[in-house]
Design a protein around this ligand. Sequence first.
Ligand SMILES: *Cc1c(COP(=O)(O)O)cnc(C)c1O
Length: 368
Amino acid sequence: MTVKFLDLKASFEEVQTEIADAVLATLQSGQYIGGPEVELFESEFAAYVEADHCVGVANGMDAIFLALKALGIGPGDEVIVPSNTFIATWLAVTQCGAVPVAVEPDDQTYNINPALIEDAVTERTTAIVPVHLYGLPADLDPILAIARKHGLRVIEDAAQAHGARYKGRRIGSHGDIVTWSFYPGKNLGAFGDGGAISTNDSELADRIEMLRNYGSRQRYYNEAVGYNSRLDSLQAAALRVKLRYLDMWNERRRVLANIYSEALRETSLRLPVLPSWAEPVWHLYCVRHIQRDGLREYLSAREIETLIHYPVPPHRQKAFEHMNIGEGAFPITEAMAAQLISLPIGPTMKAHDARRVANEIRSALELM
Ligand SMILES: *Cc1c(COP(=O)(O)O)cnc(C)c1O
């Protein structure tokens, strides 16, 4: 492919020397679980996301799961989730024994539609998990107001939103707990799995710290049935280096997104919509077209790699067959799955490549 969807190797090469030094120093330290690298990353990431606390965990799905657990959510509880999210959001809910209750997105922003949430609240509802999809913050104020009114907790799935801002303040502490993934392809990605939670609630942070480590605060003394879900020291050391580049990398994504938005306006494509209160970080740049598959083939024939996020929504997956949610139950979500295409974007992609992608798309649309 002459234009890759995301070139992880190129972004590694940009920071190769610093990563190599950090990883080598950690290897030489003899401390491979916990220790100063994890603690330093936790405090640096908390400061970055404007939260009082951060706790590293093994991955982004565990971060949601442990957040739900820390809030005491389990069997008998219902948790409101977006119908159009990556399946991990739903799986974290089922993993703790609760039931995911899906709510459709706003058709413009693709984030959970606050106006539809109250209809989904029952006496079993205990939490709402908005997702800041594609790096665009969900509309948090009305969600937090509904949560307050009904006594619900809010866990934000921020796996795609490192650095994004909602009404001027970074995503990281608006809700009760905010969850992060450092999967390699995320805006802040490790060299393997990694995750974290951030929060302003010291008791919740403390509880998650205990749960991630076998339910233990003091070695060999276990106060809760816990889990093993820790952020590796080596990943933390690498993440500390990459965190210093995150704003610059997000800015490069924004430049590419602007090139697309400028070059593709007044076409038959539906472009991402930017609400005035959101500063997104362009984890993905998704456009919508009824002839999506034809467009993808056209681009692929010209060596431009695109992806679909996501081809099958959770309620149409075999894994959730038992919930008996039929086709057509979530029409906006299903239309998104049929019509969205994610264009190449990433911290090392060149502006001229984005222009070429846009030009090829314009040529393709003329033929359609
Ligand atoms: C990536 C992602 C996750 C899961 O993160 P992992 O680290 O892969 O477990 C959860 N939710 C969303 C929205 C994601 O994009």
